[in-house]
Design a binder for this molecule. Structure first.
Ligand code: ATP
Length: 239
């Protein structure tokens, strides 16, 4: 049974169907990516999974439970954790305070579990440890992205939703962020990733879905899609 199973999902903004009959599955432990051009419906798909956009049609099942109509905070409690698009760190709070906010909706059972998770986050992001007393708003773009992902990890995601973590970052930082995402996944966290940076994302994904104007037009293993001439031409800027 997949950890996350989206079946024939349609999401509308008013009369406009942003995505139509989209079906996506994510198995436990996988890193699955959605790629697609601007406006293809990637963010809308993520919003529907986290519960901030209602479905017009279709179904979302998480760990065997129908969550289609479940409120966002209950999905968080169940372990569906999204690191916000555009980073969304609290500018006036320190790095440490930002991290603590991450477990607000999913409190730890014990201090030991809390400390262990903080330590884990600092292992992935040593920079956050160095900067733990710095205000979030004074960090660089890449550091803020690390903080946004670190904060999401504080909620112990059973599936981690990442919406364009490479957005607006310099190429070297993008490499670093993708390496860390791979590492987080390798250590057992299931990841659903939305990316415009198809090259990086596909090379690190178990599987990927290609969205075009609200529909899934292709799916396959990340590396297979990366090698596909049509994908190369459309998404990797080579013919
Ligand atoms: P991008 O990479 O630009 O964020 P995307 O693939 O994430 O693109 P979505 O943001 O999901 O695409 O948008 C899908 C479609 O829904 C687009 O046609 C967009 O114009 C439309 N849309 C998105 N948000 C809204 C909104 N709040 N109101 C009306 N239409 C919207």
């Amino acid at each position: 049974m997949p950890l996350l199973e989206i079946t024939d999902m349609t999401v509308s903004y008013g009369r406009i169907e942003a995505i139509r009959d989209v079906s996506i599955t994510v198995e436990t432990g996988e890193l699955v990516t959605l790629i697609g051009a601007n406006g293809a419906g990637k963010t809308t798909t993520m919003r529907a999974v986290s519960g901030v956009r209602p479905l017009a049609r279709g179904r979302i099942v998480f760990d065997g439970q129908d969550v289609t109509r479940m409120k966002p905070h209950l999905r968080v409690a169940a372990g569906i954790i999204q690191a916000p698009e555009g980073r969304g760190v609290f500018a006036g709070m320190t790095v440490m305070e930002n991290l603590e906010m991450g477990c607000f909706a999913r409190p730890f059972a014990s201090k030991a579990e809390h400390d262990e998770t903080v330590e884990r986050v600092f292992t992935f992001f040593p920079r956050l440890l160095e900067r733990r007393t710095q205000l979030g708003g004074t960090m660089s773009g890449g550091e803020q992205q690390m903080l946004a992902i670190g904060r999401a990890l504080m909620a112990r995601p059973r599936v981690l939703l990442l919406d364009e973590p490479s957005m607006g970052l310099a190429p070297m930082i993008i490499q670093q962020i993708f390496r860390i995402i791979s590492e987080i996944n390798a250590q057992g966290t299931t990841v659903l990733l939305v990316e415009q940076n198809a090259q990086q994302a596909l090379s690190r994904s178990d599987r990927a879905y290609v969205l075009e104007t609200g529909s899934v037009v292709r799916t396959g293993e990340g590396k297979a899609l990366l090698a596909d001439p049509a994908i190369k031409e459309a998404y990797l800027g080579v013919g």
